[in-house]
Design a protein around this ligand. Structure first.
Ligand code: HEM
Length: 399
């Protein structure tokens, strides 16, 4: 009979051996120490192989991209994971939806925090996709050969808005019901096709059970599937278009200008993920996602406001339905789609706020100010009957 100490040692050795065998079955080599092994990590790993094996030192400076594209990608993944959790409990029917959301908020394990992460993550995704687009614009990174990737980005921006908007209805409370009613009304101002599009989206003339089912299907499967495919394509194109945009004079002349992607870049990306997740968790523990009274189609909330990112359009619609509902969104979308094909000169590529692009930079900034100001007016300065009011003169709340 062996002494107990030896028995424990044998068990520990066996345990370590098993762990090592499991490790080797997943990762086919030991920790990559040499340059050759480090390049191999990227080539041989399913997730990492979207990276090039080496990157320009300049491309990984945080000030270059501010990590915004990566953050958009992570937010999409977080939305996907938390969304699946919520799907276990949610039921897309008018009679059950609101109660299920209340259950998530009160009785389901981790229900409230997961719902909060999903909600604030969705809001953050709209903001970060927009910021990422501004970063790409201000660094002239949409110019050849990246024109088509910009177009893919514009489609992704529209899909992000669609994802958020279709999710808005699902809690089936007064806020979501009237926001979607107003939002889909804006769409219906387009001549001929507008009312047809609204009817198709809602499955009828008003927001009801058909609309809830359609929004649910769009939200949980149709839009995310298309978005996931396009995000993959978009990121793959970044590499195929020659990596991140950089000024031609800054092409590295020697191997000193490049570093292997593993481990530095991979660890930097992991750090962004951890910081983002922790940040989102903290916000979700401090602030609850809104949930008002159950939707009541007979009692409009006053004011009825669209989701905040459409409030700029709602503000314009209050002056002219044609301009706010048709002209401005159409012209803006067309402008974004054709921009890289008309502004093609090599000036200022990969450079923040290049002087040579001053005209375009002023134009974009004015546009940005217009969008932000109209949204702020809609959010903070519009009260009952869409009249102006000062945010500090709090109105009594929805009737
Ligand atoms: C779900 C939305 C999006 C995701 C996940 C995403 C992801 C990314 C990532 C990871 C990169 C690599 C560099 C970086 O971090 O900036 C990138 C680059 C790029 N993105 Fe996006 N993006 C999205 C939306 C957009 C939008 C709305 C636009 C513009 C309308 C856009 C245009 C571009 C372009 C042109 C590049 C190349 C930039 C360069 O070479 O410097 N993307 N995107």
């Amino acid at each position: 009979m062996k002494p107990p100490r030896e028995i424990v040692q044998t068990i520990l050795q066996e345990f370590r051996g098993s762990l090592y065998r499991i490790y080797r079955s997943i990762f086919r080599g030991s920790y990559p120490a040499t340059l050759r092994q480090q390049l191999g990590v990227v080539v041989n790993n399913l997730v990492l192989h979207v990276h090039p094996t080496r990157v320009y030192r300049r491309s990984i400076r945080p000030a270059g991209t501010l990590g915004l594209g990566l953050i958009c990608f992570y937010l999409f993944v977080i939305e996907w994971i938390t969304g699946v959790y919520l799907m276990f409990y949610y039921e897309p029917s008018v009679s059950a939806a609101y109660g299920r959301i209340q259950d998530l908020d009160s009785v389901v394990t981790f229900g409230r925090v997961v719902r909060n992460v999903h909600r604030w993550g969705a809001e953050a995704m709209v903001v970060f996709v927009f910021l990422h687009m501004c970063r790409v614009f201000y660094t002239g990174a949409y110019k050849p050969p990246r024109e088509f990737n910009w177009v893919l980005g514009v489609i992704l921006l529209l899909l992000t808005l669609a994802l958020s908007f279709t999710g808005y209805l699902l809690p089936w409370d007064q806020l979501s019901f009237w926001a979607v009613t107003v939002g889909t009304n804006i769409a219906s101002y387009a001549p001929v096709l507008g009312p047809k599009f609204r009817f198709l989206l809602l499955g009828g003339d008003t927001v009801g059970s058909e609309a809830l089912l359609r929004f649910y299907t769009l939200h949980v499967i149709a839009v995310p599937t298309v978005a996931a495919l396009l995000i993959n394509y978009h990121i793959w194109r970044v590499i195929k278009d020659g990596g991140l945009a950089r000024p031609p004079q800054q092409e590295p002349q020697s191997a000193d200008g490049v570093v292997p992607t593993f481990p530095l870049v991979v660890y930097m990306e992991l750090l962004v993920f951890v910081v983002l997740t922790v940040g989102l968790l903290v916000v979700s523990l401090l602030f609850n996602a809104p949930l008002e009274e159950e939707a009541n189609p007979l009692q409009p909330s006053n004011p009825s406001k669209a989701p905040w990112y459409f409030l700029g359009l709602q503000e314009l619609v209050s002056y002219s339905a044609f301009w706010g509902g048709v002209m401005v969104p159409t012209v803006l979308t067309l402008f974004l789609l054709v921009l890289p094909y008309i502004d093609r000169g090599p000036d200022g590529v990969g450079e923040w706020f290049a002087r040579k692009r001053l005209g375009m930079i002023i134009l974009w900034s004015l546009l940005l100010i217009g969008i932000v100001v109209t949204i702020l007016i809609g959010v903070y300065f519009r009260g009952p009957n869409w009249n102006f009011y000062w945010p500090w003169n709090a109105w009594p709340g929805p009737d």
